[in-house]
Design a protein around this ligand. Structure first.
Ligand SMILES: Cc1cc2nc3c(=O)[nH]c(=O)nc-3n(C[C@H](O)[C@H](O)[C@H](O)COP(=O)(O)OP(=O)(O)OC[C@H]3O[C@@H](n4cnc5c(N)ncnc54)[C@H](O)[C@@H]3O)c2cc1C
Length: 403
């Protein structure tokens, strides 16, 4: 026997994109439910460095167009959410989310190249970047007479696990765990998808819906294949992220720009505490990109060599080092390069969504709501089908991989 229910929208994936969207859909009045295959945030979101970018990292590569332009207003928008001040329906109250650093820095060593110096000091960036005088250097420089130049960016850093907790906590109902192998899609005579059919504990649950939204990060590819969609194409860009833990490591939040020609940060560092309260540096940037394919011993050796040379005044004795591979998952719209913006691709009543950056998630939700409005998708259902609570459990919240 098949048990039949209906809702306006079904979302797949409980990372930042899916949970943010669930909040926005419900504040627009839509009946919506979300299915997560593992734990909430467990893909990229809790592994992210939590930097709310203002785009200057990308501006280093050229002009203030593309990503740099799209990201420029995001720190202010997020700060408004973090202060609990949603304006109208278009934002979310994030007042419980932990800000781990109110500032993010960019540091270039003594070999600072004139191009970078001219760019960061340029008129087009005035008001967005501040050259920090030595007397105001943050405490992680200790008493060292660190050479080079330090800039304070508009970027700041949040704890992405607490973001997931807040987004999920605001929706106590209708977030369900579901095994992807038990999920199929229902179609009408013209091939458009009209619902979801889920096989759980020897029961068949049919959920009719107006739209389905895939927000499953790397899992979008398998969903695209299952739904037999032809237009959305996904890509992954791998990283080999490193962490180092030691009780007395000073917290540090900084892109370190080396003296090479690429102007890609050689190290992108954020600081966190693991579950035992031990200070943890989380290291990305060029170190993580060039570490792809290296085994753990090689990657940790490369990380040690770089960090020891960049921070000679910091004592790493007795520190614990680790690394892990993780993929960034995005739409493939630009020949495997990172898209400049969010991606939302519609086909057969399915919207496939990638935020590209955690920072851009509010724009992804705006775009989704605009797309639903433009298609005239009405609000037909209130809340969620409460009967579903009998069949599905609520997923837990993921832990950061370095924790
Ligand atoms: C190491 C790293 C560092 C990063 N740092 C930053 C940063 O500092 N700032 C920034 O702006 N961006 C950063 N990013 C990018 C950012 O993390 C991602 O753009 C963002 O988290 C993607 O969110 P998402 O919800 O789309 O995907 P994910 O977070 O990957 O979530 C997808 C969810 O879908 C679930 N799922 C998968 N398959 C299915 C299925 N079939 N059914 C149901 N659920 C499914 C997964 O279990 C997961 O919970 C970073 C990314 C990485 C990898």
């Amino acid at each position: 026997m098949t048990l039949s229910y209906s809702t306006d929208i079904v979302v797949f994936g409980g990372g930042v994109a899916g949970l943010w969207l669930l909040n926005r859909l419900r504040s627009e009045g839509y009946g919506a439910i979300l299915f997560e295959s593992d734990s909430l945030g467990c893909g990229q979101t809790v592994a992210s460095q939590g930097i709310i970018h203002g785009g200057l990292k990308y501006a280093l590569k050229g002009s203030l167009k593309g990503s740099a332009n799209v990201l420029a207003n995001m720190p202010a928008r997020w700060r408004n959410c973090l202060l609990g001040g949603p304006k109208g329906n278009s934002d979310i109250n994030l007042s419980g989310v932990q800000i781990v650093s109110d500032h993010y820095y960019m540091w270039s060593d003594a070999g600072l190249r004139s191009k970078l110096k001219a760019f960061l000091g340029s008129k087009s960036l005035s008001g967005r970047v501040r050259a920090v005088p030595k007397s105001e250097y943050p405490s992680f420089f200790g008493n060292t007479p660190a050479d080079g130049k330090l800039y304070q960016l508009p970027d700041f850093v949040i704890d992405s696990s607490s973001l997931i907790e807040v987004l999920a906590g605001q929706q106590p109902e209708g977030i369900y765990h579901a095994d992807p192998s038990g999920i199929n899609f229902l179609r009408n005579g013209s091939g458009s998808i009209t619902g979801v059919l889920i096989n759980i504990a020897n029961k068949l649950i049919s959920i009719a819906t107006q739209r389905i939204i895939f927000c499953a990060g790397e899992g979008n590819q398998a969903l695209i294949e299952k739904a037999k969609l032809r237009n959305p194409h996904s890509q992954v860009r791998p990283l080999n992220m490193v962490y180092v833990k030691k009780r007395k490591l000073p917290p540090i939040f900084m892109h370190y720009i080396g003296g090479d020609l690429s102007l890609t940060p050689r190290l992108t560092i954020t600081s966190h505490q693991d579950k035992l309260g031990i200070n943890t540096w989380y290291l990305g940037g060029e170190l993580a990109e060039s570490g792809v394919g290296k085994d753990a011993a090689e990657q940790i050796e490369a990380a040690k060599k770089l960090t020891f040379s960049v921070f000679p005044w910091i004592n790493f004795n007795d520190a614990t080092w680790g690394c892990f591979p993780i993929n960034r998952a995005e739409a493939n719209i630009n020949n495997n390069y990172r898209p400049d913006d969010v991606s939302l691709i519609e086909e057969n009543n399915v919207l496939v969504a990638w935020p590209t950056k955690l920072t851009l998630t509010p724009l992804l939700a705006d775009k989704t709501i605009e797309t639903l409005n433009a298609a005239g998708v009405p609000v037909l259902n209130q809340g969620h089908p409460a009967d579903l609570d009998k069949f599905f459990t609520r997923p837990g919240i993921a832990k950061a991989p370095w924790s």
